[in-house]
Write a protein of this length. Structure first.
Length: 547
């Protein structure tokens, strides 16, 4: 399953990504137009099904997307990267950056009638960090959480062990959204199953699930607390939102072209050109912010403990040509670890390195890989230059398999053997955590540049719950990331993140491959399907009408 912790199971989305979902919406779908109508059912076809429906536990992208309909957040992140009130009317940050005080709305209820108040905030944040919850992502996302103090019924202060500049982003996500305290108390064992146990304050209620087939959400008629940037400030227009799980590309495309689905997610890039000419269908494309699909080179062991070996791989692979061919011109090659749509993206990485087979050869010669065996691969001291790329077939989309194979071909031309080594999901994680690999590949969507900390800080090792696929221990990068976390000024933070991005490329710690793009097919009867800051679809303001 594509996950927020995409490094674990090779995210399909972060594209979809990654990314930590923000909340508010600003951009309408191509189907926008006319006065909204209340009622009706919209069917959303997607490619993956969650195996756990508790956002406090699951790291999956799809959980962030689907459960946003049920769970609200304290604040909303706008597409420009700023924040605005949601369940919290206002907030203030202490001078030392270690205390966030939120003044909550006093008119919000969970759909079981339980009031939303300061006690509910405390119960949820404490649930996230409790060892028994076994959170796979939210506990990391909440950062250096110390405790939550209830000041009064509608005022809460969250205290941190140290400054954490990304805290507002964290509390804008689905993963730090709010269960009803009653559900936390009375149905803790059912939260992962979804359905009636998933009780939030959102625009929809979670009605039912047929495993492997569909989810059904119903309108919360009392909803009246959408963020200011939402086009619809009241209850959802839709009476029902139905989500169908169609893992096969052809089936999903067929569903939206035939009208069985109103919106189809994760459309294959090689079908986009034809679908754009399909009557009654619009294509909505959104570059996904976050960590681009990248090949992470294990710097803890040979050959990638040497900078020139890493740079040889960067220069040997023609990512621009491969991206154009694999994605039919719909995606862009990546220059650095962050997508250009991510706040804090460093444009300075663009054109800072190129496909240069001659340069790759010179670097390899300098490292002593000057021999050739009978298959044409480079050798040194009788050993072939051989690399392994681990992957999980069940969780690797066909387009990514094709991309990996093209990388393998380019490396072969440089005299490097790349073995694509499949593992089942159960075997992959312990091998990866031990560092028994040369390369792993993943993307991780999100709208905060502090994702760089999750993926490149020495304190974010895989075995410790992080995502440091390069197994990096770079004091300069650690220092810049630590400083960025403790810095509240946006320009100052972005300058530090720019240094991180430039050094990652200059040192060849990872091979950035392509920028993921979310491709939605939208039928003419579906209107105002909006997108959050992570390019994830939102349905609170959507409506259906017409043909």
């Amino acid at each position: 399953m594509p996950t927020r912790r995409s490094f674990l199971l090779l995210s399909a989305g972060a594209l979809t990504a990654a990314g930590l979902t923000a909340c508010s919406t600003a951009e309408p779908s191509p189907g926008a137009g006319g006065a909204p109508r209340d009622g009706g059912t919209l069917t959303f076809a997607t490619d993956v099904e969650p195996d756990n429906f508790d956002p406090h536990v699951s790291p999956a992208d799809i959980v962030g997307v689907l459960l946003r309909n049920v769970f609200d957040s304290l604040v909303a992140q706008r597409q420009d990267g700023g924040f605005e009130p949601w369940l919290a009317r206002e907030w203030e940050v202490s001078d030392d950056g270690r205390a966030y005080t939120f003044r909550l709305r006093d008119d919000v209820e969970f759909t079981d009638g339980t009031p939303f108040d300061a006690a509910a905030v405390k119960a949820n944040f404490d649930h996230i960090v409790a060892p028994a919850t076994k959170s796979q992502y939210a506990a990391t996302l909440i950062g250096p959480y110390a405790r939550t103090d209830v000041v009064d019924r509608h005022t809460v202060t969250v205290r941190l062990k140290k400054p954490y500049a990304s805290f507002l982003h964290a509390v804008s996500t689905t993963y730090l959204g709010f269960h009803s305290p009653k559900a936390l108390r009375e149905r803790p064992g059912e939260l992962a199953a979804g359905g009636g146990a998933s009780v939030g304050t959102g625009a929809f209620t979670f009605v039912s699930r047929v495993k492997g087939q569909r989810l059904v959400f119903a309108r919360n008629a009392s909803y009246a607390w959408a963020p200011a940037s939402a086009k619809n400030d009241g209850p959802a227009h839709l009476e029902r939102l139905v989500v169908t799980f169609l893992p096969e590309n052809a089936t999903r495309v067929g569903a939206v072209t035939s009208g069985q689905a109103d919106v189809a997610d994760a459309l294959p890039a090689n079908r986009i050109a034809a679908l754009k000419s399909q009557p009654g269908l619009s294509i909505s494309s959104h570059d996904s912010p976050g960590i681009v699909y990248s090949y992470f080179l294990n710097t803890e062991r040979a050959p990638f403990d040497q900078r020139d070996a890493r740079l040889a791989v960067l220069h040997a692979v023609d990512t621009e040509a491969i991206t154009k061919a694999v994605f039919a011109g719909q995606y862009r090659r990546a220059w650095g670890p962050l997508s250009p749509s991510t706040p804090g993206y460093a444009a300075a990485v663009e054109n800072s390195w190129q496909h240069d087979p001659a340069r790759a050869g010179t670097l390899l010669d300098g490292l002593g890989w000057t021999g050739r065996d009978s298959d044409g691969y480079r050798t040194k001291d009788g050993r072939r230059f051989r690399l392994t790329l681990l992957y999980v077939p069940a969780y690797t989309k066909s387009e990514r398999r094709t991309f990996d194979t093209a990388v393998q071909d380019d490396l072969r031309k440089a005299g490097i053997e790349l073995v694509l080594e499949p593992l089942d999901a159960g075997s992959y994680t312990p091998v990866r955590d031990r560092g028994d690999y040369d390369i792993i590949a993943f993307a991780w969507g999100g709208s905060d540049p502090d994702l760089l900390r999750t993926v490149f800080h020495s304190g974010s090792q895989l075995a410790d719950g992080g995502a440091n696929g390069s197994r990096l221990h770079d004091p300069r990068i650690d220092g810049w990331l630590d400083a960025a976390t403790a810095t509240t000024g946006r320009k100052e933070r972005e300058a530090l993140y720019a240094k991180v991005q430039e050094r990652i490329v200059a040192q060849g710690y990872a091979l950035p491959a392509f920028v993921g793009t979310r491709q939605l097919g939208v039928r003419g009867r579906a209107h105002d399907v909006a997108f959050d800051a992570s390019a994830w679809p939102l349905f609170q303001g959507a409506w259906v009408g017409g043909s």
